[in-house]
Design a protein around this ligand. Structure first.
Ligand SMILES: Cc1cc2ncn([C@H]3O[C@H](COP(=O)(O)O)[C@@H](O)[C@H]3O)c2cc1C
Ligand SMILES: O=C(O)c1cccnc1
Length: 377
């Protein structure tokens, strides 16, 4: 699916962007007074190919879950089984991303692309579990989310956790392409069900280590610049993690000109799936709101595969994980919010979605000086 989706990605529409820029200048506000929202609205018009662009709603979050062989090296204080336990928590509606989804009327879809254990989809419910790969519209469980549908699980497991990237490639090329395909298929499922904004989420104990390695590989940054404390590690663990990232890069010598090879060598199933998810959003000309350091590492791969994919990307927030700012600078994206968050799951990106909608509302709703009879300076 990868080549096909890349073939569908087009540059932003220059005429729609010019119309949006012109309209921004005529709206009843001092020019430039909406700061980064103005450029964002112009880019969203270019993505949609029309001015004003459609509202980025409904919003769908996809949380890609996977485990990591490098976890055995002690890069995270949390046991690996927390990945599967958090998947169960997402499905029961009890995680932070569920709380935010309830607040914002978004749907949550969890995709098992690489969890180490076999998942029990709904451990707390008695009724038989329906086929959870059905389209969203065919759900029949009680709806725990405010306006949306209940969380749902897609099983697209590529392998039960990656190999230890510090000693061997995390994934084969075939596995990497399968994970990318799972991300593309997830995006298509959500778009077919009506989503008009996609939010990237991740869950995978240890996944900030491959994220750091990917960011170093794609940006050329030093491992010490991009390796961070993840869920909260002490100085000794951070030193070991940084050394492992450096050792992995020295061993595999990933070539940024071969993004699939980079994802295979030092990435993870959820990172590769997120890359596919972003490319599919770009191909469908729907904005994809990027979360923290895991999403940004995947975004670097997506842009390396297809530079025009950047046009669909909106940086939701600035994670405190150091690799996030390095990746954002490389991508040339400005984060919409900065709240000191470092959770993942899609939480920072989801919180930014009303801002993206606000940027579109300005082009849709605000009167011009002419139409409102307001004097210009
Ligand atoms: C309870 C819990 C919930 C989470 N939700 C997201 N993450 C985040 O933390 C993990 C990455 O950090 P590291 O590389 O340090 O392990 C990922 O699972 C990420 O999604 C969580 C982590 C935990 C422990
Ligand atoms: O930046 C993130 O999304 C992040 C940071 C730490 C742990 N998990 C995720």
């Amino acid at each position: 699916m990868l080549d096909q989706i890349i073939g569908q990605i087009r540059p932003l529409d220059a005429a729609a962007m010019a119309a949006a820029r012109d309209r921004q200048a005529r709206l009843t506000k001092p020019p430039g007074s909406l700061g980064v929202l103005e450029e964002l609205s112009i880019r969203l018009a270019g993505l949609a190919g029309t001015c004003p662009p459609p509202l980025p709603e409904p919003v769908a979050v996809a949380v890609f879950a996977g485990d990591h062989g490098v976890h055995a090296r002690g890069v995270s204080p949390w046991p690996q089984e927390v990945t599967a336990q958090m998947v169960a928590n997402f499905l029961s509606g009890g995680a932070v991303i569920n709380a935010f989804a309830r607040q914002l009327g978004a749907t949550v879809t969890v995709v098992d692309v690489g969890v180490a254990t076999v998942l029990d989809p709904l451990p707390d419910r008695d009724e038989p579990v329906p086929d959870r790969n059905e389209p969203l519209s065919d759900q029949d469980e009680p709806a725990p989310d405010r306006d949306g549908r209940p969380p749902r699980l897609i099983i697209a497991k590529v392998r039960a956790g990656t190999r230890d990237l510090s000693v061997e490639p995390a994934l084969t090329r075939t596995e990497t392409l399968a994970a990318i395909d799972a991300g593309i298929a997830t995006a298509r499922t959500l778009l077919d069900a009506g989503a008009r904004a996609l939010v990237t989420g991740d869950m995978g104990i240890g996944n900030t280590t491959p994220a750091a390695a990917l960011i170093a590989a794609f940006t050329g940054a030093d491992p010490a610049e991009v390796t961070g404390r993840g869920t909260g590690i002490d100085d000794a663990t951070l030193a070991r993690k940084t050394e492992l990232v450096g050792a992995a890069l020295a061993r595999h010598r990933p070539d940024p000109g071969d993004p699939v090879g980079v994802l295979a060598a030092v990435g993870g199933c959820e990172h590769a799936a997120l890359t596919g998810f972003m490319l599919a959003a770009a191909a469908s000309r729907v904005p994809v709101i990027l979360d923290g350091v895991i999403a940004l590492s995947a975004a670097l791969a997506a842009v390396a595969l297809c530079p025009d994919a950047r046009g669909a990307m909106v940086a939701g927030h600035l994670s405190v994980e150091p690799g996030a700012s390095v990746a954002l600078a490389h991508l040339g994206l400005e984060p919409l919010i900065s709240l000191g968050m470092r959770l993942g799951e899609g939480t920072g990106a989801l919180l930014a979605t009303p801002i993206v909608a606000g940027a579109v509302r300005v082009l849709q709703d605000v009167a011009t000086f002419d139409s409102a009879g307001v004097s210009e300076k």
